[in-house]
Each structure stands twice: as structure tokens, then as C-alpha cells.
Ligand binder design. Sequence first.
Ligand code: BGC
Length: 374
Amino acid sequence: MAKWFNAGLIIATIAFASCNEKQHETSATIGTTKKEWGEVDGKQVYLYTLANKAGDVVTISNYGGTITSWVSPDKSGNKNSIIIGFDSLSSYRQDPPYFGALIGRYGNRIGKAQFTLNGTTYKLAANNGPNSLHGGIQGFDKVVWAAGVPDSAQPSLTLKYVSKDGEEGYPGNLDVTVVYTLTDDNGLKIEYTATTDKPTPVNLTNHSYFNLTGNVKNTILDHYLQIDADKYTPVDSTLIPTGELKEVKGTPFDFTTAKKIGQDFNSVPGGYDHNFVLNRKDASLQKVAALSDSVSGRTLEVYTTEPGLQFYTGNFLDGKFTNHDGNPLLIHTALCMETQHFPDSPNKPDFPSTILQPGQTYHSVTEYKLSVEK
Ligand code: BGC
């Protein structure tokens, strides 16, 4: 068995606190603990609890690598989860739209569910109109990942998945590792690495939905957002980028200084669901966005090595699913900030390349950093 499996696992008693009728971990012994959470396709699924010195608690399942909750105190000391999600595996098996999950092999859409690489056209599963979305019918969000707890000073979890040559139409066996770490200063760091044995597109991300109030009775339209992007990628009617990199200046897409998400909302039909072209000189880990909310006093900063950020305002949430707090997830009650390469890059030669070659290592880091006004 690989060394990283279960090394340094701290067995601890997890305290539960009531949150309406539902329950989820709101405090735990510092470190990483796990409990059995059910089975999928005969494979054991676990729920891991990462708790840091500051008292934040993050729960992650090896089903889909899903972050199910991130509980932290608001400015009044009340604890609730800023990530929407559920307490049971069965809810995640009802196909919610990627709540908290790892996304792959390709985050966001590939137009007409196909691309041509080195003269060969690859047909992908079309699961979103004519396009392929978030890796296809069974993306990385719907598989059971091998999990282990690394020997680390901070609570962390390592997940591994081998995506077979031909899976969902993609070429090459892709070996993927994702490490989640909860830092002592309330950063949730996600580090992705991957290798392949054939050239293939790779674009990995996490699809957490945030509501900083921790209460989905509040929409996210009163949150303030700043995105360090002078340009975005406009899309066609099927949400595929046209290829243009458009200036945000003078448009509802200008988040270069913090503004209320609802401010220009009426000028964006359907709501925001767009890739922002981040201002960056190199691929170092850089602060690219900040989300804040005055009800909770919380601020969430986003750091990434990626060139793009998909800002999505939960436009397709329709009340079918119920959050931890017992409330239905209605339209615009949560938002995503998915760090990524641009959608449809395999068909857009002018976009930064997403093709991973054999012998290369895909490496991407994103950190969500949470703070609260005192
Ligand atoms: C996409 C949306 C899609 C959503 C699914 C986002 O990343 O940009 O168009 O509906 O994921 O949850």
C-alpha cells in the first residue's frame, strides 16, 4: 500500500452541533479524521474532516473529491458553512449540479463535444446540449477517488484517480492527484497534479458553491466581488466562448474594483456564467479575486496559478436540492469561482493551451482564504 495511505491519521471524536434539522461537523479535534459514509459501485466512500487550530472545519468526501462543508464563525461567532452541500452521500447520488466536486478531465465546456488533436478527432460525451460539460456524463465528480491522509503538519487529504484511455472520449491514461490542505490561517488549498501517456486536454477545478452568509435564505446578490481581470471571454447562446477577449471596462463585467454582484445584474441576461481573463504576468500563485459579505463579516480571497476564473451565479439552481441549513437552493443563492483554463480551449488555438504531453506534469494550485471582521 502506498506510503501516503492513512499515514498520520488522527482518530478523534467529532463533536456535532445542531443546525436546524440537519447536522454536520462544526467542531473537531485538530487534524484529519474519517468516517464511513456509504458505498458507490461496491467501493467504500468516506467523509474526511479537516480541522485546524483556528477552529475551522472542512469536510471532504472521496466521492467526487467533494467538499461538502466549510464551517467557520461569522463576525458574531455563529458557526455555519460557507460552502453549500448535504450531509448524506445519497443526496450527492441524486446528481446535483457538481456541488463542491472536483471537475475533470476538462472543467467547463468543449464545443460540439469534440476536438481535433494531432490530426485525430475525438468525440466526447455531449451532456449539455451539443457540448460536453465538466468532463462528460461520468466526470471526476462522480467517481470514487482513492484517499489517504499525508504526513503533514496541517490537516490535509490526498486523493488519487486514474482516468482510463478513452474514458468519456478523452485520449490517454491520466493519473491525477489532488491534495487538499486546510492551513492554520484558514486557507483551503487545492493542489492538482496529473500525468498522461498520450497527449490530452486537462483542465481541473473545484466546483464549490459559496454563500458567505451561511444561510441560503439570502441570495448572493448583496455580496461584493472584486476580480482582477481586465477582460472576459464572451459566449454564444450555448455558452461556448466566441474566441474574443473583450475589455470589461464600461460593461457589467467590470469587477476590477469591488462591486455588489447585484449592481449590474439586470444587464446580464440569465446571470453571470462567464470566464474572466485574469491579469497576470506569469503562472505564480496570485490573488485574483475577493468576495465579501457584510451580514457575516466574512471575506473569501481566491489565489490561483490558473489564467481564468469562471464566475457563475447559480443561475440554474431551481429549488430541487436542500442545503445543510434546511433551506432550498433557489436561483442565485450561491455562487462559484472556478479557477481554470478557458472553456473550449482545445478548439481555440489562441487561448492558453490545455494540452498535456506525455513526460510533462500538469500542476495547478488554488487557495481560498477566509477571514472575518472582528
Ligand atoms: C458552468 C455553468 C453550469 C454549472 C453547472 C458552471 O461551471 O459555467 O454553465 O451550469 O457549472 O453547475
